[in-house]
Design a protein around this ligand. Structure first.
Ligand SMILES: [Zn+2]
Length: 294
């Protein structure tokens, strides 16, 4: 049997842990080679107070944090694309030439080409990226999702002129949903009851939590990660500069719950299968490698 390989393609040093820490740990434990393509070095992320006195640059700190989560989750290799981090839509920083959003708007072919080469070189059977809304609408997330979807198709296209490597056909493409998707509407209701404007959350008031729910896609694949929640937490804890995920996002939302309830609610990862195309919008598999052939 050929080595099973899964490739996670996200934007920032922390997306792998906050979003998919449980999923990665589970498949590593099963002997799958999991590689993480990280599009940026996270140099624009808002630093937490905890590191305000650090002498290193934010990118240096975040790459150290990523190395920590790599060790804990057992990721095989971090493949960095080294774009500059983008801000939310309309942010001035998005005009910087090396930022991912600018590159995606102006040189999309180059971004896609780099992914095609990586897919052809590493040859993962399974590829996981964000949903089409980039989870919560972050431009870097949207850009890397679109690039991944294009590269997934082009990797096996023998007429593609952008790479001299042999074509390779990855077998499955998934979009990760948010953990505890079912609980999310309840969470929004609680926030509203506290008088919060769920369309304007986060430090910069640019996080629209309602839009996250409006853009969720159907779940076809459910993965039981209950046994990997401690590793998931430990990996998230590596990302100190990003508040270990406790300030915002689904980890923050679940932190208020007792452990047993959190395990029940968040212990199942939900994914949308894009390829092979599902027949309906129901859950029809419980393993990302179901149907994968040598
Ligand atoms: Zn991110």
């Amino acid at each position: 049997m050929t080595q099973k390989k899964m490739m996670i393609v996200y934007a920032h040093p922390d997306d792998e842990s906050f979003g998919s820490g449980g999923l990665i740990a589970k498949y590593v434990a099963q002997g799958v080679q999991v590689d993480y393509v990280c599009a940026t070095d996270g140099d624009m992320g808002t630093p937490d107070e905890a590191i305000a006195n650090e002498q290193s640059t934010l990118a240096e700190i975040r790459l150290r944090e990523l190395e920590c989560s790599k060790q804990i989750l057992g990721i095989n290799e971090i493949i960095r694309l080294q774009y500059q981090d983008s801000g939310m839509l309309g942010d001035e920083s998005n005009k910087a030439e090396n930022c991912l959003w600018y590159q995606w708007q102006n040189h999309a072919d180059n971004v896609t080409q780099r992914l095609v080469e990586i897919f052809r070189q590493v040859q993962p059977q399974v590829i996981v990226t964000f949903n089409r809304f980039g989870g919560y609408g972050h431009p870097d997330h949207i850009a890397i999702q679109q690039a991944t979807a294009q590269a997934f198709t082009l990797a096996s296209d023998d007429s593609y002129a952008g790479s001299s490597l042999l074509p390779y056909k990855p077998q499955k493409l998934y979009y990760a949903s948010i953990p505890a998707e079912k609980f999310y509407g309840f969470y929004l209701m609680l926030l509203r009851l506290q008088g919060k404007d769920v369309r304007r959350m986060g430090l910069n008031r640019d996080l629209d939590l309602q839009a996250v729910q409006d853009n969720l896609e159907p779940t076809h694949t459910l993965i039981d990660v209950r046994d990997y929640m401690d590793l998931w937490d430990q990996a998230s804890d590596c990302h100190i500069s990003q508040g270990q995920g406790r300030n915002t996002g689904t980890r923050g939302m679940l932190a208020v719950l007792p452990a047993w309830l959190r395990r029940r609610i968040a212990g199942y990862d939900r994914l949308t299968r894009v390829f092979p195309e599902p027949i309906g919008s129901e859950i029809d598999e419980y393993d990302l490698f179901k149907g994968v052939t040598d």
